[in-house]
Write a protein that binds this ligand. Sequence first.
Ligand code: CTP
Ligand code: MG
Length: 233
Amino acid sequence: MRVAAIVPAAGRGERLGPGAPKALRLLGGVPLLVHAVRALALARLVDVVVVAAPAGDEAEVRGILDAYEAPADVRVTTGGATRQESVRRALESLEPEVDVVLVHDAARPLAPSQLVDDVVSAVAQGAEAVVPALPVADTIKRVEGGRVVETLRRDGLYAVQTPQGFTRALLTRAHDAAVIDGFAGTDDASLVERLGNAVVVVPGHPEAAKVTHPADLAAAESALSQRLARREH
Ligand code: CTP
Ligand code: MG
């Protein structure tokens, strides 16, 4: 089994507000992207990491990764206009020997390496597609034009995280089909679901939360301090 982890990092981070591209914003003085790459590189079952950088920023991203001495084989590719396109381009760049692919957002800097290995293990044990997920805590309603049209039953609703893991063959087929059909999904598993293939769920982790809004960055700072404090005791 040869495992590659793709890190889409080419977004602008508009919801985080003005500043550098989100993946290069700092958490505990270290870029979000570097945190995410470290988690993947420190996982036992990941062989190579491929970062999709914003077009034009490839050299800067390479320089940042080198400056922080990523502890593994880390490559940089050019991202696309959407997350899906960034993933597809990185997928196309993988060497033929890779047979398992993880996709992990640069915007989830504190995902534990153990979670990464749990996802790979599930693929190794025969699942073609795997997502980490946590039950949602809020009541979720569908709203149109400022009015509630439906309240979804909360049991059975899960918030899905990354890393998501796939056999390379299935992920490639799912991305190819999405291009042909003009389908845009917000994660990779949704491209697999529309082919009718099973997607297996493993327990997610609170620290794999995504940094989207400024408050998420503050929450990540606090989670990082707690992690460091735990290690010092
Ligand atoms: N991403 C990407 N290429 C894009 C858009 C997004 O590689 N064209 C990546 C982001 O860098 C991020 C991940 O996909 O690591 C999840 O996307 P999101 O949280 O939406 O990040 P941004 O698109 O950067 O943020 P925003 O939507 O607020 O602009
Ligand atoms: Mg986005």
